[in-house]
Design a protein around this ligand. Structure first.
Ligand code: ADP
Ligand code: MG
Length: 578
């Protein structure tokens, strides 16, 4: 104890210790190796990149490209700290266009794993480098075509503390896939392949931004998407924007890329949402990918080791231009400009159109070009496009009714025999959806990116017991080791239900699996139901009323009555009419 106290002195860390700490900042799991390796291949102008993962990258990661390659003399210093070909002085930081520039990735990987690089700047003239634990074990002439192949294995073999934080292979795979997707979406002119444990999972041939977004996130559904271009001083952008009929309930497909990097810049996600505001049914979100190219002197990526954060000097201008581009495209003039929006509903979706569909003039330095293209795209569910969905084949109630209109934004007022009904549109729709979810067995989809979550020991035991029942209901969940779970298959009608909601329901629930299933159905039903304040057109209202009137027990899943009523005689009495 005394020892420990007196030995607390400031010291300069040994080189290998400080390198380990620095390595931990850049490389903390297979995902970060994939990210750095893909960055390097793209910086080397690869036209084609193959990523191979074994056991989610825990056993081996290989990235092979057909890029510029590394010269033998450069390979000799690869893996040393701060070895980079991309910048020389601090000034160059103001003009970097490459994804990497710190010369940290290879050195970090080499210090905590086994790293083998075979690279050639010309066909047949390859060199091979092998480093492990920061020590060079080989540098020799080898065989290979122009380009670079990097193999990483034995990750954290000398770093047991880090190993402990790794998750199961399937969770690490999910993370690696997201790095793969982010790069593939940002660089559509490069073809990408992902091979997982020997099986080719994805192949994206070279194409346009729009095509790549569809390749990466599409499941074969048709959807109109448009590429909108815009520019201002020091920046230009392309937005792959869905038309307003396509809706989602989460922000997963609202993504921002700056100079080829996926960034978490919320204000730009928000700008896209603003651009769509008023064009979308209430509570729903669009699909939009913003690809921004900014003059390197106006952007600083050097604030986060993984370059997830970015500082943009022209953020306000960019936000404006993005909002403008979307609003103009959606044919909607900002209400602030004095235009009124007209509610034009048509059976399926609630849309807003602007009188005359005029396009308003843009500030002079901003211009847009629009390439219309109709592409195939996934929409999370058909129901999302139609705020109110009624079971096919409804034959109507035995007693006719007359729909009188909507009151207080939530009650559908109905004359039914000698009663007036006030039907709560949300409660009614919620109940109808709830019954339908419980009664139906829709198709189950394999999720492109599984939902991964951790559970406490106590929760984990409970969740383990529910697995068979949930599978039958159409929620494929497995334990992936280390107290973490992943949901990799989900029934169609739960896709739009937010993943956070689903995980929250699982984590907080106490009780048997039948009750749990009802709970999930109730939350999903509520989530997708028409909301208070949402405009409902006449046909939709009538179909909703017809179904509600046939409910055997007209209560919402939480037990509230779906409607209340007042009789004709009561009304007569009130006005003292005989
Ligand atoms: P940085 O990318 O920040 O320069 P890295 O540690 O990632 O640092 O890479 C070090 C150097 O190795 C790069 O600057 C580049 O010259 C070279 N390099 C790494 N991977 C590749 C590759 N796939 N193709 C060509 N050169 C590469
Ligand atoms: Mg790099």
């Amino acid at each position: 104890m005394e020892e420990a106290k007196t030995s607390r002195r400031i010291r300069i860390l040994r080189d290998d210790v400080s390198r380990k700490i620095a390595a931990g900042e850049v490389i903390d799991r297979p995902f970060s190796i994939v990210r750095e390796a893909l960055d390097n291949s793209l910086d080397a102008h690869a036209r084609s990149i193959d990523l191979f993962l074994e056991a989610g990258g825990l056993s081996r990661i290989r990235v092979a490209d057909d890029g510029d390659g590394i010269r033998a003399e450069d390979l000799a210093v690869c893996g040393e700290a701060h070895a980079t070909s991309k910048i020389e002085s601090e000034n160059d930081l103001l003009s970097v266009r490459s994804l990497g520039f710190r010369g940290e990735a290879l050195a970090s990987i080499a210090s905590c794993a086994r790293l083998e690089i075979v690279s050639a700047v010309e066909d047949g003239k390859a060199w091979r480098l092998l480093i492990q634990g920061g020590k060079r074990l080989a540098l020799e002439a080898s065989q290979g075509r122009k380009g670079t192949r990097m193999d990483v294995s034995e990750l954290f073999y000398n770093y047991p503390a880090r190993r402990k934080f790794l998750k199961g292979a399937s969770s690490e795979t999910a993370l690696c896939r997201s790095a793969f997707l982010d790069h593939a979406v940002a660089f559509p002119q490069t073809s990408f392949r992902l091979v997982q444990d020997g099986t080719l999972k994805f192949f994206y041939p070279a194409g346009t931004h729009l095509e790549r977004v569809i390749q990466a996130y599409g499941d074969g559904r048709s959807l109109p998407m448009t590429a909108l271009e815009g520019a201002g001083k020091g920046f230009s952008f392309l937005i792959a924007a869905s038309d307003s009929g396509v809706t989602r309930k989460d922000r997963k497909l609202l993504q921002v890329f700056v100079n080829g990097r996926r960034v978490w810049e919320y204000s730009l996600v928000q700008a896209m949402e603003y651009g769509y505001a008023g064009s979308m049914p209430g509570g729903s979100l669009p699909v939009a990918f913003l690809f921004l190219t900014v003059d390197p002197s106006l952007v600083d990526f050097n604030i986060h080791p993984a370059k997830k954060e970015v500082r943009l000097r022209v953020l306000a201008e960019i936000r404006h231009a993005v909002i403008d581009a979307l609003r103009t495209h959606l044919g909607r003039i900002s209400p602030i400009a004095g235009w009124s929006t007209q509610d034009h509903t048509d059976g399926n979706a609630v849309r807003f159109t602007t009188p005359g569909q005029g396009r308003h003039a843009l500030p002079t330095e901003v211009h847009h070009e629009v390439h219309e293209e109709c592409l195939r795209f996934p929409s999370a569910s058909r129901e999302e496009e139609a705020p109110v969905v009624i079971v096919a084949g409804s034959s109507g109630p035995s007693m006719p009714f007359r729909y009188l209109g909507q009151a207080f934004g939530v009650f559908l007022v109905v004359e039914h025999g000698d009663r007036l009904l006030f039907l709560d549109q949300h409660a009614a729709h919620e109940r109808i959806r709830f019954d339908r979810i419980l009664a139906s067995r829709p198709a189950v989809q394999e999720l492109l990116i599984p939902i991964v979550f951790d559970a406490s020991q106590e929760d984990a035991d409970r969740i383990g017991h529910w697995i068979p029942g949930l599978k039958e209901f159409g929620v494929g969940i497995e334990e992936s080791g280390g107290g973490s779970f992943q949901i990799s298959r989900l029934r169609d009608d739960l896709l739009p239900f937010g993943e956070a909601d689903l995980v929250e329901t699982l984590q907080g629930f106490r009780g048997g699996v039948e009750k749990l299933v009802r709970q999930i159905a109730a939350r999903a039903a509520c989530h997708g139901a028409v909301k208070e304040g949402e405009a409902v057109d006449g046909d939709t209202a009538r179909r909703l009323i017809a179904e509600a009137l046939r409910l055997p027990d007209a209560r919402c899943p939480h037990g509230r009555p779906v409607w209340t009523e007042i009789g004709k005689d009561q009304l007569y009495k009130r006005v003292e009419r005989i």
